[in-house]
Write a protein that binds this ligand. Structure first.
Ligand code: CP3
Length: 345
């Protein structure tokens, strides 16, 4: 039963292949920047019910999509954990860095009371949105949140995080364990409020030393899903082990996700041969192909993806988030190609 949920939820009447885009709301739609001006501080923006609703809706003004992702950020969990999270223009996110053996993380907090505006905006949106449009809730995966929490900011190699893993493994796993519970709480809250699908972003999974990939990515994901199922939350979960290379094979069999999101570097032919055939696939158009005002390869590339994925349970998406410079007309063209192609099958 569970394995059919992704297709039941997303593969509905409009076409055989469901389509939505990672980071479809913020960043490339002109009105987003107008809405964004209403609240200077990005954390407060993510805590404002009206602004969350407006931003989540925005892509539907332009695009014929099968799903919207609730407007929030993966770093709202570290914020709820009092890590002093801030978003600075041209710098990105920052927070108080953590040093190994810091035990303050173990203090229990209530995610659902801290993120109440998120819950309320999901309830509101699920009531207003047409039934045919799925509402996606999300969270960052434990490893990716630990990366930001230890480093205190973005990084090209997350060296302090990897040092902490090798040097203070027990403490590191306690941090992962704490995050597993908060992430499960946040996902449960979103599902109870009305999210139809949940997504776990492991955006820095390519930083995990290979021998720790099970401990830091696969097992924590499986544990989060076990907690959700034990709490009677049965909505499908999409996992996104970004750029994890061949480790995605084991991830697809053991993480318990219902759908695996693939980044643009993954060879789809290889993926359909090697990854768990019982789960759906989402992906994996390169978002950079949507930037030029004209690209001869765009249509060809979209059709190639559709061809490889025909007869498979597949959600069309980009292989990483849309960027601010991506062109609205190109996104529209991709949607048209997918819709027309689906109708022909
Ligand atoms: O369509 C959407 O944008 C949906 C909402 C959404 C945001 N962040 C809004 C946002 C989602 C799904 C995320 C997830 C997220 N946040 C990830 C995972 C996906 C990925 O890209 O790998 C990560 C790693 C983050 C952390 C984060 N938040 C960074 C690195 C930044 C700065 C640069 C940027 O824009 O990505 C943010 C800030 C942020 N999150 C913005 C938006 C729209 C820009 C802030 C602003 O408008 O001032």
């Amino acid at each position: 039963m569970l394995e059919n949920l992704i297709s039941e939820t997303l593969n509905h009447k409009k076409s055989d292949i469901a389509i939505w885009f990672l980071r479809q709301a913020g960043r490339h739609i002109p009105e987003y920047f107008e809405i964004r001006k209403k609240e200077k501080d990005f954390v407060n923006f993510c805590l404002n019910k009206d602004l969350i609703i407006e931003s989540t809706y925005l892509p539907l003004k332009y695009y014929d999509l099968d799903a919207v992702i609730i407007f929030s950020d993966i770093l709202m969990i570290p914020w709820a954990m009092n890590r002093n999270v801030a978003f600075t223009k041209d710098f990105g996110p920052s927070m108080d860095p953590m040093i190994p053996d810091d035990t303050r993380i173990l203090k229990k907090i209530s995610i659902s009371s801290k993120l109440e505006p998120l819950k309320n905006s999901i309830s509101y949106l699920r009531n207003k949105l047409p039934k045919s449009i799925a509402l996606i809730g999300f969270a960052g995966a434990p490893w990716t949140l630990a990366c930001y929490m230890i480093e205190g900011k973005g990084s090209k190699d997350f060296i302090n995080t990897r040092r902490a893993l090798w040097g203070s493994y027990k403490w590191f796993m306690e941090l992962i364990e704490t995050l597993i519970v908060y992430i499960a709480d946040k996902l449960e809250m979103q599902a109870r409020a009305g999210a139809d699908v949940l997504m776990l972003f492991d955006s820095w999974s390519h930083m995990i030393p290979n021998n720790f990939f099970y401990d830091c990515a696969i097992n924590p994901t499986a544990r989060i899903i076990d907690i959700l199922r034990s709490r009677k939350i049965f909505v499908p979960v999409i996992g996104f082990p970004f750029k994890a290379g061949s480790s995605i094979v084991r991830y697809s069999f053991e993480s318990k996700v219902d759908c695996i999101a693939l980044d643009w570097s993954v060879d789809l032919c290889w993926a359909v041969q090697n990854i768990n055939k019982d789960i759906a696939i989402q992906g994996n158009l390169d978002p950079a192909s949507l930037i030029p005002s004209h690209s001869d390869y765009l249509k060809e590339n979209v059709l190639a993806i559709l061809d490889i994925m025909k007869d498979k349970r597949f959600i069309f998406n980009v292989g990483h988030g849309l960027t601010p410079d991506c062109k609205i007309d190109n996104v529209k063209e991709v949607i048209n190609i997918v819709r027309n192609h689906s109708r022909k099958i």
